[in-house]
Design a protein. Structure first.
Length: 460
């Protein structure tokens, strides 16, 4: 086979077009019509907005094409060494989070010398400077002059009051980091590596836990640290949802076509962030939030009274604890919404949960599974794909532009012995559970797979 030269010009064209599209999106904002500098610590109005689908595609193209261009042009051994060294990104971010460096540098536009930061966070100043300089080189924080550090646009998300700080702590602290180290040993184990059991994940190996991570997060047997980590995980998921534009489901699905008073069950919804966003836009609908007792109590006691009290006052939200594996949800809801829930379960458990839902559905009920849909890294005929493939020569799954999907897949393997799935996987799960596939809703990074009860595809 004759060698094929790399198509550098096409990758450059994709980068230019994507960057121009994103820049135009920023410039269309009326209050701040510009792309903010990385040195800017003030939030931009668009930071809190859900990307339009076209902008999300441009972002994925930009990230994917830049990474593919670098991987193509740079010597392979240099690229692979850098990938191995990424573990230290998480390690350094963990230091910044636990030492609350962003909080210390807050309201210090001229920065602080590392000696002053060191005294406040109790970390030896030379070691601290080395950690911060590593982060500065990744555009997190700024080194204004020798050993003088300041916040920037990215480091502001590490503020201790930011949900992204909880997300960072979840990733850099136990149990995620400690469990990830056990991935190779678990996969190579002749018993554990071939098991789909919830309790045979790398997490269980790392913590010598006989039960799932959800049991651990409940803080049972008096494990207060585990309970704190579980509460932190609930807060972290708000940041995760924002980063993935999970709220796109609020405008990307035709909720306005549901009858007034239709019941939306946010199954496994944690604090109920999506339920809150749906209520704010569709207050005429009714909502149920179901999750494990600790999470449901946390939502009812802390989140909703402070973030969405009007829903409680209007009796528009009900809270009901559930063990999804053992119990069916509230019956006869119009929509059963599973956002980032089914990917937490191996096939057997996922089928059992969906079967429990099928038992209580009315003929007109629908199931919406909102997850990432894994695409193949090889190009296949367009007639066989659920989601549009990226433009050549970019990898058809956008490569690094959607790398979070594949990192999340690894996280599911590490923490739950589960996986992210292809559309074919979801259709098979639904069919086994008595659900008929209706449609895929493309929401950008995440998608929603809609099912009806088998035998009632039109709700008749």
């Amino acid at each position: 086979m004759s060698p094929v030269p790399a198509d550098i010009s096409s990758l450059l064209s994709l980068i230019t077009n994507a960057a121009t599209s994103i820049e135009s999106y920023y410039k269309s904002n009326s209050s701040k019509p510009y792309v903010p500098s990385l040195d800017d610590t003030e939030p931009h109005p668009l930071d809190a907005e859900v990307y339009p689908l076209s902008v999300r595609k441009a972002v994925q193209t930009l990230e994917g094409a830049c990474a593919q261009l670098t991987a193509t042009l740079v010597r392979p051994n240099s690229t692979v060494v850098n990938k191995h060294l990424r573990i230290y990104d998480t390690a350094c971010l963990g230091v910044a989070l636990r030492a609350q460096i962003t909080d210390i540098l807050l309201n210090e536009p001229h920065g602080l010398h590392v000696s002053k930061v060191s005294k406040r966070c109790k970390i030896e100043q030379n070691k601290l400077a080395r950690v911060l300089r590593t982060l500065c080189s990744q555009h997190v924080y700024r080194e204004l002059s020798k050993d003088v550090f300041a916040n920037n646009r990215l480091s502001m998300l590490l503020l201790s009051t930011s949900p992204m700080a909880d997300m960072g702590m979840h990733m850099s602290d136990e149990p995620t980091n400690k469990s990830a180290v056990q991935l190779a040993d678990t996969l190579l184990d002749p018993e554990w590596g071939y098991s789909d059991a919830l309790e045979k994940a790398p997490f269980n190996r790392a913590f010598d836990e006989p039960y799932s991570i959800w049991h651990y997060f409940e803080g049972k047997e008096g494990n207060k640290k585990a309970a704190e980590q579980g509460a932190r995980f609930g807060r972290a998921m708000n940041a995760w949802s924002a980063a993935l534009d999970a709220d796109a489901i609020v405008t990307g699905y035709p909720w306005n076509k549901l009858r007034p008073g239709a019941v939306i069950n946010d199954v496994g919804g944690g604090w109920g962030h999506i339920s809150m966003e749906l209520y704010k836009k569709y207050p005429s609908l009714s909502y149920v939030l179901q999750d494990l007792p600790e999470r449901t109590e946390q939502a009812q006691r802390e989140a909703w009274p402070t973030q969405c009290p009007e829903a409680i006052a209007n009796n528009s939200i009900k809270f009901k604890a559930i063990d999804l594996i053992k119990q069916p949800p509230v019956p006869n809801c119009d929509i059963y919404l599973f956002k980032n829930v089914i990917h937490l379960m191996p096939d057997e458990a996922a089928t059992l949960v969906l079967s429990n839902v099928r038992k209580v559905m009315s003929p007109s009920s629908r199931v919406l599974v909102q997850e990432t849909i894994i695409q193949y890294a090889t190009r296949i005929p367009d007639d066989d794909v659920a989601l549009l493939q990226a433009e050549p020569p970019l990898l058809p799954n956008y490569g690094a532009g959607r790398i979070r999907q594949y990192y999340t897949d690894a996280a599911m393997m590490v923490l739950h012995n589960s996986q992210e799935r292809t559309l074919e996987d979801y259709i098979t799960l639904g069919k086994t559970a008595g659900l008929q596939f209706l449609k895929t809703w493309d929401l950008g990074e995440m998608s929603a797979v809609e099912f009806a009860p088998t035998g009632y595809p039109n709700g008749n």
